[in-house]
Write a protein that binds this ligand. Structure first.
Ligand code: SF4
Length: 398
């Protein structure tokens, strides 16, 4: 047995352990176990610094999960878009392929609780119909292996799947969605990366949410993947009490870059049953993005998205940088909240030097009386109910 497998075996998972280790009331622990079982491996457990800290919140079951009955079991409607077991086909040229129900840790905010945990939630017996679907649908050029966590499979099983996918000529890209580099980095062995790199192009999407998860162990794991030519990117989730702070996010994203992981997405938390206590306002996410752009390298800034409930896919959300737009010009703010004008290529602007900007409250440009424009940002310094901005005129030398 490999070290990582032993660490899975040694995980905190039983009701007795929840009561003894975390002081959870037995009745509540039973309810939580039935709702979504716990798995906290010794490595991730060792990252907890104090009760209720951002690591604890992500892995230790909380009574609040049982109080939330309004959330959806399948907020992204993955099951409704599943033509055969284990496949979700939402976007034209890519498909999600669920290969296991197991994870190195069970995250309390998980969107896929209905699929994760018991081994019967995703059946390995149904892989064949998934392969057949992928073979038949020649428009699919990108397969995202997920679960659960595909790196919970043994090297042998994982290689069987990769080999089979590589026999399908129209599949150009294989992505492995795995939280292992973060929650159980010991899984990333030299043997594993040597096997994976035979099936390039392979990408790994991982999932760090807090800078404390970047440790010597996770650094080594990400560097091993990168050294094998596997681009690694990160998908983080914005969560109350975990990372809803611009400084924490900046530290996370800049540290990820240092370990050669590219911040890719920052998600608003899904409307998942049992995870309402993690949700923040949208303004919080917009404020964080505004505090990142311009203040750190663009490489460290992920796309901020809402995965639309009902299966609408990822929709990007940006701070309101554009204050006004007409046929000729765009008036916008920069990261220092200063206002600038950009002229369209066709703009007929000769002598005009002042542009009146009408505030459009509907588009989020208006103020709400708090000096805040309704999307979490302060109004620009020279922003009034109606403002005039000076346009830069480039004078011709002739
Ligand atoms: S690793 Fe992913 S699939 Fe597994 S519990 Fe965490 S969020 Fe859910």
């Amino acid at each position: 047995m490999e070290l990582w497998q032993q660490m899975i075996r040694d995980s905190v998972h039983s009701i007795d352990q929840l009561v003894d280790k975390f002081g959870i009331d037995r009745k509540v622990a039973e309810g939580l176990d039935e709702f979504f079982q716990a798995r906290i491996n010794p490595y991730y457990l060792s990252l907890i610094r104090y009760p209720g800290d951002p690591i604890w919140k992500q892995c230790v079951p909380d009574k609040a999960e049982l109080d939330d009955i309004d959330g959806f079991e399948d907020p992204l409607q993955e099951d409704a878009m599943s033509p055969v077991p284990n496949i979700t086909h939402r976007y034209p040229d890519r498909a999600l392929f669920l290969t296991t129900s197991q994870c190195g840790m069970y995250c309390r905010f998980c969107t896929r609780k209905r699929k994760v945990g018991n081994s019967d939630k995703i059946s390995m017996k149904e892989l064949e119909s998934a392969f057949k679907y992928l073979e038949k649908h020649t428009e699919i050029r990108d397969v995202v292996m997920s679960g659960g966590d595909p790196l919970m499979l043994t090297d042998t099983m994982l290689e069987k799947i990769l080999k089979r996918l590589r026999q399908i000529p129209h599949i150009e890209i294989i992505r492995i969605g795995s939280k292992m580099p973060c929650v159980l980095p010991h899984r990333i062995t030299q043997k594993l990366v040597d096997m994976i790199k035979k099936y390039h192009p392979i990408y790994v999407n991982t999932h760090f949410n807090h800078p404390w998860e970047i440790t010597p162990e996770s650094t080594k794991a990400c560097e091993m993947l990168a050294n094998a030519g596997i681009p690694v990117s990160n998908q983080a989730v914005l969560m109350k009490g975990v990372n809803d702070d611009a400084d924490v996010m900046k530290e996370l994203f800049t540290k990820l870059l240092k370990i050669r992981v590219r911040p890719y997405y920052l998600y608003m938390a899904d409307e998942t049953r049992g995870a309402n206590h993690f949700r923040t306002s949208l303004d919080k996410g917009i404020e964080i993005m505004y505090k990142l752009r311009g203040h750190t390298s663009g490489l460290a800034i992920p796309h901020f998205v809402i995965d639309a409930p009902g299966g609408g896919g990822k929709i990007p959300v940006l701070p309101q940088y554009i204050l006004h737009r007409d046929d000729n010009r765009i008036v916008m703010r920069n990261y220092k909240n200063e206002v600038f004008v950009y002229r369209e290529a066709h703009a007929d602007v000769k002598t005009e030097t002042k542009i009146p900007v009408e505030i459009n409250k509907k588009n989020g440009n208006g103020t709400n009386g708090n000096g805040n424009n309704g999307n979490g940002l302060k109004k620009p310094k020279n922003f009034k109910e109606k403002i005039e901005v000076t346009e830069m005129i480039h004078m011709s030398k002739n």
